[in-house]
Each structure stands twice: as structure tokens, then as C-alpha cells.
Design a binder for this molecule. Structure first.
Ligand SMILES: Nc1ncnc2c1ncn2[C@@H]1O[C@H](COP(=O)(O)OP(=O)(O)OP(=O)(O)O)[C@@H](O)[C@H]1O
Ligand SMILES: [Mg+2]
Length: 418
């Protein structure tokens, strides 16, 4: 197992296209790192450079402290699981998993091969299927066979490129927990590419967000969610996405489309002399005033807003509230929306309310939010003006401590099983 270090990695394709523009990333031994970003941002390119399927144009890649830029894929000792895993249909599950070992002719005895395949099969709960053929397996079982191949190679690291995107929603969920469990158990360094929100937020110790070949932020899932460095990360992480509203600074108040919000001294210092900003509020930070304890109402801002459409989902309700945006920030938001592969529906507020709410289509809802939770962005640069370096650091430290503890627990459990 090994640490992977990327230093100023650049990829320029043969046709001149600059797909990765100087990415630096330290991946610790045993760490699970997620690469996310919209389609075409360079995720697969980066992964393929790590594994050695694509040349590195500039920069340095080290695995376990050794520079590997010029090493052939097989010498990097990494195992990659693709979106379209290719199993050999005529071979049994056992032989499919054993395949990479048999490729290294004469290196392993039959007994060693059996031992390794059985270990992988146990880890992936495939023991009962070893003599079956891939065609007779479910999608999730086939996926596990592909992962079994990665395990038997005893690779320094696992690299996954959207391994679950061909599976249906239920299976994805199952395989997601399966992969998390396997990674904890084996403690193998893992880099995992996805554009699925849930996978990004639940699987990784840290998440690296890419945009057009550039790294935007690397942080724990909670770090990205609570302290995004810019509009792009703020808009990319979270579902439904963060609401972005024009905010006009008017003396000691911030004028939002639905409400005037008092500007605290702390916020005022961050705003400087800006007159127009983009305010971000997460859907779940709104409440229905009628469901709120009276003592809490006074601590925030209340306003009435016309609900266009509501969606009741059982556990919660989404209410959609259209508004007119300020033309000066509209361009920034439209551009952001394109970058995020959005649907161009940014001029509506989405609020998530408790499912007990009585708010329905066509109502004027009486809503509440806590202005302390607003994020404020510079409309020109997209920078999060309310980003708190201290808070961001302590979230990531907590996350790191949690990660270590859970890795130790998983490995202790593994020892007691053995
Ligand atoms: N062989 C190639 N030659 C030239 N450009 C390429 C080549 N392969 C990929 N690209 C370009 O590099 C950029 C990054 O591609 P990449 O496949 O890494 O994106 P991605 O983030 O994995 O996207 P997706 O989520 O759609 O898989 C894209 O704009 C793509 O068009
Ligand atoms: Mg890709």
C-alpha cells in the first residue's frame, strides 16, 4: 500500500487540448479520495495518468515515494476498476478473479492462487458463486468479480472510474456500502471518480472538486459542504443545490428578493465596499414558520413568498418559489449554471421543509431562515467572502481523526474475525 502524490500535473492531448491544468494533490497511504466534477472536467484523464494509461505532459507523479512518470502501468502496481468492467464470459468467477495472477506465468503456485482468490471471494461475499459464469450473475455480483480481480493483485492502490454508473439505483446503494466496507477492511489507498453526489459525500475521506482541469478545493465532505471556497463548489455540492440570490448592500441591510437582512459587523467587514453580491442559502436552512418554536422565530428573518410548485417526498417537502434576479448577477449565475451542467432553473428558490408542513402549490408560505448561515460570494470572482479558514481547518481535523479511528476499528474487527 502506498501514498500517491501529484505535483503540478498537466495533460495536453495530441490535438492540443489542455485537459488537466496543473493539479497537485497528496493522497495519504490508506486514504480514500474522491474526484468529482462535471462531465469533461478531466477526472478520467487524471486517473488514467495515475495508472499509466495516459502520458503525463508535465509535473511529477510519485507512488510510495518513487517517481513513476515513466514507469509502465504494470510496474506501478495499481489496480483499476472501470465503468465497463470486462469479464471473460467463458471463464468461471474463480478463473475471472484468478486471471491477473495467471497472467504472471509461473509466479504463483496453484495453492497460492486458490488462497488469494478465496480471500477475495470472502471479502466480497462471492464464495457461493465461484464456479458460476458471469452471464448468470446479477449486475452487482459481476461488479464484485471485477473488484475481486483488483484485490488479488495486492495492488498498492485501487483506482475506480465511475464503477457503479451502469447499475440501477438500488444496486448502486448496496455496492456503495460494499466498496466502503471493503476499503476500510483492506486499508488500501483508493482514488474514486464519480459525478454522483451521494457517492462523493459518503464514500470518501476527502473529496477533490475539479472544474475544467483545475482543482477547486480538496476537503472532507463536510468541509466542502459547510465551507466551500467558491460559488462553483458551493453549487456543485449539495442536493437540491444551494440557492443563489442577488444581494444588494444598502447601508446596514442586505436586500434579498424576498427579505431585508440586517448586516452584522462581522459580515460588513467581509463585504468591504461591495454593493452587489451573490448570497447562497441552502434549501434545508429554511423553515416553515408555522412549524418553528416561537423562541426560535425571533432569532432569524421571516418573510412571505408565493409557492409555485411543491413536491412532497414523504420525509420532506420541496417548495419552489420563482423570483426575478438582478441583471448584473444574472450573467454570473447563468455561466455558473452552464459549468455545473445545470438545467438553467436558477431563478427560483428551492426550500426544503419538514413533511408536516401545510404549504402547498399556490400558497403564500411564511418562511424563516437564520442569516448567520448565509454565504456571500463575490459576483466577479466567485470567491466565498464568508469562508472561514479556522472553521474549515477544524472540520478537516475532526474528519481526519474520525477516519483514523474508523480504520483502526475496521482492522481490529478484521483481526478478530481471522
Ligand atoms: N484522446 C483525447 N484527445 C483530446 N481530448 C481529449 C481526449 N480524451 C479526452 N479529451 C478531452 O479532455 C477533457 C477531459 O476528459 P475526461 O474524459 O478526463 O473527462 P471526465 O471528467 O472524465 O468526464 P466524464 O464525467 O464525462 O467522464 C474533455 O474535454 C475531453 O474532450
Ligand atoms: Mg470520465
Amino acid at each position: 500500500m502506498a501514498a500517491i502524490t501529484l505535483k503540478d500535473i498537466v495533460k495536453q492531448y495530441g490535438d492540443g487540448f489542455l485537459a488537466v491544468k496543473g493539479v497537485s494533490l497528496d493522497i495519504a497511504d490508506g486514504e480514500f479520495v474522491i474526484l468529482v466534477g462535471p462531465s469533461g472536467c478531466g477526472k478520467s484523464t487524471l486517473l488514467r495518468m495515475i495508472v499509466g494509461l495516459e502520458d503525463i505532459t508535465a509535473g511529477e507523479l510519485t507512488i510510495g515515494g518513487t517517481r513513476v512518470n515513466d514507469k509502465a502501468p504494470r510496474d506501478r502496481k495499481l489496480a483499476m476498476v472501470f465503468q465497463n468492467y470486462a469479464l471473460y464470459p467463458h471463464l468461471t468467477v474463480f478463473e475471472n478473479i484468478a486471471f491477473p495472477l495467471r497472467l504472471q506465468k509461473g509466479k504463483f503456485t496453484e495453492a497460492q492462487i486458490t488462497e488469494k482468490v478465496e480471500f477475495a471471494a470472502k471479502t466480497l461475499e462471492l464464495q457461493d458463486h465461484l464456479q458460476r459464469k458471469p452471464a448468470n450473475l446479477s449486475g452487482g455480483q459481476r461488479q464484485r468479480v471485477a473488484m475481486g480481480r483488483a484485490i488479488v493483485r495486492e495492488a498498492e492502490a485501487f483506482l475506480f472510474d465511475e464503477p457503479l454508473s451502469n447499475l440501477d439505483a438500488k444496486l448502486r446503494g448496496q455496492m456503495r456500502t460494499e466498496i466502503a466496507r471493503m476499503q476500510r477492511r483492506l486499508g488500501t489507498t483508493t482514488v474514486y471518480v464519480t459525478h454522483d453526489q451521494t457517492e462523493a459525500m459518503t464514500l470518501g475521506d476527502r473529496v477533490a472538486v475539479l472544474r475544467k482541469g483545475e482543482l477547486q478545493q480538496v476537503a472532507s465532505p463536510r468541509g466542502l459542504y459547510e465551507q466551500p471556497v467558491n460559488l462553483f463548489v458551493a453549487g456543485f455540492i449539495g442536493s437540491p443545490p444551494m440557492n443563489f440570490l442577488p444581494g444588494e448592500v444598502n447601508g446596514a441591510t442586505m436586500k434579498l428578493p424576498f427579505a431585508d437582512v440586517p448586516i452584522s459587523a462581522d459580515l460588513a467587514s467581509k463585504l468591504g465596499d461591495k454593493k452587489l453580491v451573490i448570497v447562497g442559502i441552502r434549501p434545508e436552512h429554511f423553515e416553515d414558520v408555522n412549524l418553528l418554536e416561537e423562541s426560535k422565530v425571533a432569532s432569524g428573518v421571516t418573510f412571505d413568498a408565493p409557492v409555485d410548485v411543491s413536491e412532497w417526498l414523504g420525509s420532506e417537502l420541496y417548495a419552489y418559489i420563482p423570483f426575478d434576479t438582478n441583471p448584473d448577477v444574472a450573467t454570473t449565475l447563468e455561466e455558473l449554471d452552464r459549468d455545473l451542467d445545470g438545467e438553467g432553473l436558477r431563478t427560483q428558490l428551492i426550500v426544503t421543509l419538514g413533511s408536516e408542513t401545510k404549504v402547498r402549490d399556490g400558497d403564500d408560505a411564511n418562511l424563516w431562515f437564520d442569516p448567520a448561515r448565509m454565504m456571500v460570494f463575490d459576483p466577479e470572482t466567485g470567491e466565498n467572502l464568508t469562508w472561514d479558514a479556522e472553521a474549515a481547518k477544524s472540520i478537516d481535523q475532526e474528519n481526519e481523526a474520525d477516519r483514523k479511528a474508523s480504520l483502526e476499528r475496521a482492522q481490529a474487527r478484521e483481526k478478530s474475525r481471522a
